[in-house]
Design a protein around this ligand. Sequence first.
Ligand code: FE
Ligand code: FE
Ligand code: ZN
Length: 270
Amino acid sequence: MSVGDGFLEMGTVATSINANTFQFFTRNPRGGSVKPINTDDILNLNDYMKEMGFAKVVAHAPFIMNLAAKEESKREYAINVLTDDIMRMELLPDNYYNLHPGAHTGQGAEVGIEKIADALNRVIYEEMTTTVLLETMTGKGSEIGGTFEELRQIYDKVHLKDKVGFCLDTCHIFDGGYDIVNDLEGVLSEFDRVIGLDKLKAIHLNDSMNVLGSKKDRHAKIGEGNIGLEALVKVITHPSLKDLPFVLETPNDVEGYAAEIKLLRGICNG
Ligand code: FE
Ligand code: FE
Ligand code: ZN
């Protein structure tokens, strides 16, 4: 769903397909343009979510936002987007703002990690209620966050640590070489050892069009990719994960999401 649908409408659409959370883009995911804030609409969504007992929802930063950008103007732009988006998220308190950490574009991972952490330190503030989530990436190109270690290195440099958590994308980590099909336990204990499962706040539940370690990042519908339904069900029912918000980012329209939610809820309750 996109923010163009209106905030309250995103909530009612979620309810209509038996969801109690959702993810939305704060602005055009590829262009970065943003609609003026309709404060009433956001406040109405906030009331609606409370009334309906929603779990925390996830806002997703635009893909073009690169906190590690080499060009200072691009990096300043990214920092401004982050600042502005968090300000908007504070109208919907206590939820999540998920971002792709960034791409170092030839500067090297070390410089990229430093720039990302510095940007977060410039924007994050003590009184904010929003938690910023760093998403696990495939590591394609010069993308940072393709390993748990890189994500941990960013976190280590962040000052206000309780404002930062992580979002695990099943397609991304599978494409990044973490074998959640044959060794979910091993992958989760690795995550726990390197980052800490207590810092994992949300899951992007996606199948993958590509194979383990392919570093491609092409999401597939649930059960139609190389991760498969059985492995994804193990993810959603895992004792360490089952209470987290799960967000589908599969290539679907609303009816497609409704069908996947029905399928997954059916298996979990059956
Ligand atoms: Fe993402
Ligand atoms: Fe994702
Ligand atoms: Zn992806």
